[in-house]
Each structure stands twice: as structure tokens, then as C-alpha cells.
Design a protein around this ligand. Structure first.
Ligand SMILES: [Zn+2]
Length: 328
């Protein structure tokens, strides 16, 4: 059954809080996308609801239900649509439920994912509950950035941050879970930047892993003499079947170009795409700064216009900007 990787300090603090009965009624869990905010909130819920001697055990019925999001006293509001706000009616319904006694457990827990998507009226409605919380109710607001929440809401909640995992931990996890993706392990670790969930979604979604593979292949061609036709062979319409794939691919291109530009400027910082610094050095030697800048501009234009751009001409534009044999 699922076990928790990282965030050990927060979890051990909650075990102590359970023993002393000192628990706040509202927490903000802040952390990057894929850093395990929801898993942490569920694990804390297990800490409070599990009756095993060594709680949380993650293997009893209660823990299993909580970890899979199916426990009646741990209500989750999972709002995944980034483009739309969490409706005030949804929040009001949640609040109503907070005043109903828990069924199986002593405590009722509410988890609001992407809490920053609540509009101001919805946040204000929640604020009233935070000011006079019902007994034995705890709220967890999950967010990538707590500053997107109302200051009054923030001041009435305790903020916890998800822990960044080491590259070694992320590497060992994806090696276990994705043995079929050996060729992408190194880049995935770099791209995940300590967020295991990000690494997992990158490797489980075919579109995303294909984009990383394609970017890697393209830039490895760039290390040699890159003619327009050789680049076009990699980036043809078959490998970039639709606009969403193009957008996805271009985001990795910007990261790769950014690594080369940064290397060129003499700054020796953390890379964002390449796992191998030597590759970046060779590419920086191969591409002049003006060429890099113009390639970067082209990629950014394609990203900006991806919804209306002609796919074929966009691919040609990119290849033209990157190749060695095309005079503008
Ligand atoms: Zn348990």
C-alpha cells in the first residue's frame, strides 16, 4: 500500500500534535505542482483517523480509504481546471457539511486542492468558518502559492510546506516505477526538480514523455551539423500531431535553449532540461548567441500563437531558426 516519501518532519510533528491534542483548525499546504501536497494532506488525515497502534499505518481500512480519497469524513474538493474558479456554491456546500458531525471518525477533515482558485467571495465565506470553527473540524487548503490567498485567510491558518526531495530519491523512485523509460530517467529528474509527482506524471503521460524524447533527439542532432532537412526529419507532422503536442514540445525547447543561453553567459547554475553539462557545453560552442536568441524568439512566438498557427509552417519556422544551412 502507498507509503509516504519525504515530508517526514511535518508528519512527525502531527503525530506529536495528536498526542497533545494541539491541532489548528486550518492549514495551508504550499508546494510546487507534483510535490505531494494532496498526499501529505491525506497522510495527516490518516495520522488522526487511524486506530492502529503505530498510526498512521497506511494499510488499515481507514488509511486505505483516506489515501484513495474515499473516506466519508475526509472530504476532498479537487479542482483541476486552472481556467475556472472554484464556485462559491461549492464552498458553501462544504461549509454546510462542516457543521454535520463526522460519521466514522472523531474528526472531520476538508481538503481543498488548488485553493487559490477560490474567488474572493468564496474565500470570505471560508473565512467566517475559520473565525468560528465548528468543533473537531480541520481544513487543509492546498496551493502552489499561499500569497494568492486572502491575507485574512492566511493569518488564520498554519502554513506547511512540502519538502523538496533530493534528485537521488526522485531517481530511485522512477527507476523502480518506470523501468521501460531508462532513456528519460536523467532528464526527468532534472525536470522534476525535487517533485516526485511531476516526474511520475511526466513519465506516465505519453504525450509528455514523447515531447521530452523528441527534444532530446532534436538537440542531439544540433550537436552535429544540423541541416534543415535533417531537423525536419525529426520534427515532422507525424511526430507533432496536434497543437497541444506542439505547445508541450515547445515548452521543453525553451528550457533546453535557456540552458544553452545560460551556459553561454558564463553562469554555472542548475540546468533545467539537460542532464549532461557536457552536452550543453558542446551546444553552446555550436550555436552563436545571436542564433540562440533568434531561435528562442521563434519558439516563444510559436508558443504564443500555437492556438491559431498553421502546424506545418510552425515546424518549418522552428527548423529554419535552428538549422545551419538556411540564410534568413
Ligand atoms: Zn491505518
Amino acid at each position: 500500500m502507498s507509503f509516504i516519501i519525504g515530508n517526514t518532519k511535518v508528519l512527525s510533528d502531527f503525530k506529536k500534535a495528536k498526542e497533545t491534542g494541539r491541532l489548528s483548525h486550518a492549514y495551508i499546504i504550499e508546494g510546487a505542482e507534483g510535490s505531494g501536497r494532496l498526499t501529505l494532506a491525506r497522510a495527516i488525515a490518516c495520522t488522526f483517523s487511524c486506530h492502529s497502534e503505530n498510526a498512521p499505518c497506511y494499510s488499515c481500512d481507514t488509511c486505505k480509504k483516506i489515501m484513495s480519497g474515499g473516506h466519508q469524513d475526509v472530504r476532498e474538493l479537487i479542482h483541476l481546471d486552472r481556467a475556472s474558479p472554484i464556485k462559491i456554491d461549492t464552498v458553501r456546500e462544504l461549509i454546510k457539511e462542516a457543521y454535520i458531525k463526522p460519521g466514522e471518525s472523531e474528526r472531520k477533515i476538508f481538503i481543498v486542492e488548488n485553493a487559490q482558485q477560490m474567488g474572493i467571495p468564496a474565500q470570505n465565506a471560508l473565512l467566517q468558518v475559520f473565525e468560528e470553527p465548528p468543533k473537531n473540524v480541520t481544513f487543509f487548503l492546498l496551493t502552489t502559492n499561499r500569497n494568492l490567498l486572502l491575507p485574512t485567510l492566511k493569518s488564520r491558518a498554519v502554513t506547511l510546506k512540502t519538502e523538496k526531495l533530493t534528485d537521488e530519491t526522485v531517481a530511485s523512485e522512477i527507476e523502480k516505477r518506470f523501468p521501460q523509460h531508462t532513456g528519460l530517467w536523467d532528464e526527468t529528474v532534472i525536470l522534476a526538480d525535487g517533485a516526485l509527482g511531476k516526474a511520475i506524471s511526466l513519465l506516465s503521460e505519453e504525450k509528455t514523455s514523447d515531447s521530452v524524447t523528441l527534444t532530446k533527439e532534436y538537440f542531439s542532432k544540433m550537436k552535429e551539423y544540423a541541416s534543415f532537412s535533417s531537423l525536419s526529419m525529426i520534427l515532422n507532422q507525424k511526430s507533432v500531431p496536434d497543437r497541444a503536442s506542439l505547445f508541450n514540445l515547445m515548452t521543453y525547447f525553451t528550457l533546453a535553449l535557456r540552458d544553452i543561453l545560460v551556459y553561454n553567459s558564463g553562469y554555472d547554475g542548475k540546468l533545467m532540461f539537460f542532464a549532461n553539462r557536457e552536452t550543453v557545453r558542446i551546444l553552446a560552442d555550436r550555436m552563436s548567441e545571436s542564433k540562440l536568441m533568434s531561435a528562442y524568439d521563434t519558439v516563444c512566438t510559436v508558443i504564443r500563437d500555437h492556438a491559431k498557427i498553421n502546424l506545418l509552417s510552425a515546424l518549418s519556422e522552428i527548423n529554419m531558426a535552428m538549422c545551419d544551412d538556411f540564410q534568413r
